[in-house]
Design a protein. Structure first.
Length: 271
């Protein structure tokens, strides 16, 4: 654990740390000896996560209640951490809670996704990576999604933003991995998070928001994959289902991949 902290510490910044994979990543980083900055929108929830981490580990915590869809979000984060030595950055924010057709949603919803999923991680990496390069050590994990493999209905802006995240992480790895900075794009499929449970319950696919969605990967498995593959970038596909989907997409034309995604979404929605 001390070796991990020496390479990636003393502080980690985790965006999307209020629940699900983000809070689990923050706790695992704390368990490995890093202090953690917990970043999300909801102050009360962040306070609960911070209290739990401090109860169960020896880590210090700091909470930042900032809406990452706001235009000045990255600047606020940078200002609030100016006194900290950030050696590890996790960007786990950016789920789409709506899953609606592009034209049925206000343009502002799509713009918020692009801001949160594209602009802010790019801005934060541009700020926090140079000191990592100067020190010759550090880590960056950017969460992506299988929705970025090809375009599909009800996730027009979301899928496009996740394609950006995947390629951005891969390209950043090509520039930083030989400078001592580990970069990993972690591509998730269906994952058992509170956001997914809420969405599937609202759509009538599960009977209760306490129920595990069928086929969803466990959060603990996602976190384990992140740390197991941290030095094996640029990209890690988490779980057999997303790995099989990637192989299928690679074996067909782009046009067929889009048709496959559209059929799969239609089947999942029961329409």
């Amino acid at each position: 654990m001390s070796e991990f902290a020496a390479k990636y510490g003393p502080w980690a910044l985790v965006a999307g740390a209020s629940d699900g994979v983000g809070s689990a990543m923050a706790e695992e980083l704390a368990r490995r000896g890093l202090n953690v900055v917990l970043l999300a929108r909801r102050q009360a929830v962040l306070d609960d996560v911070a209290a739990g981490i401090e109860d169960r580990t020896e880590a210090q915590t700091r909470t930042l209640a900032i809406d990452l869809a706001a235009p000045e979000a990255a600047g606020e984060v940078i200002e609030a951490t100016a006194d900290l030595d950030i050696g590890f950055l996790v960007y786990c924010a950016g789920a789409d809670p709506h899953f609606e057709p592009f034209l049925a949603s206000p343009l502002a919803a799509a713009e918020s996704l692009v801001q949160r999923n594209c602009m802010v991680p790019m801005q934060l990496c541009h700020h926090y990576a140079p000191p990592m390069v100067d020190r010759g050590r550090g880590g960056i994990v950017i969460f992506g999604s299988g929705a970025g493999f090809a375009g599909g209905p009800n996730m027009v802006a979301y899928g496009a933003s996740k394609a950006f995240d995947m390629v951005f992480a891969e390209a950043l790895w090509t520039e930083l991995h030989d400078k001592g900075v580990d970069v990993l794009g972690l591509i998730l499929g269906k994952t058992d998070t509170p956001a997914l449970r809420k969405l599937e319950h609202e759509r009538g696919q599960i009977s209760s928001p306490e129920e595990t969605p069928p086929g969803a990967a466990a959060v603990d498995d996602v976190v384990a994959a992140a740390f197991a593959n941290l030095t094996a970038g640029p990209t890690c596909l988490v779980g057999p289902e997303i790995q099989a989907a990637a192989q299928l997409m690679a074996s067909v034309s782009r046009n067929d991949a889009v048709r496959f995604i559209a059929q799969a979404v239609t089947a999942a929605m029961g329409t």
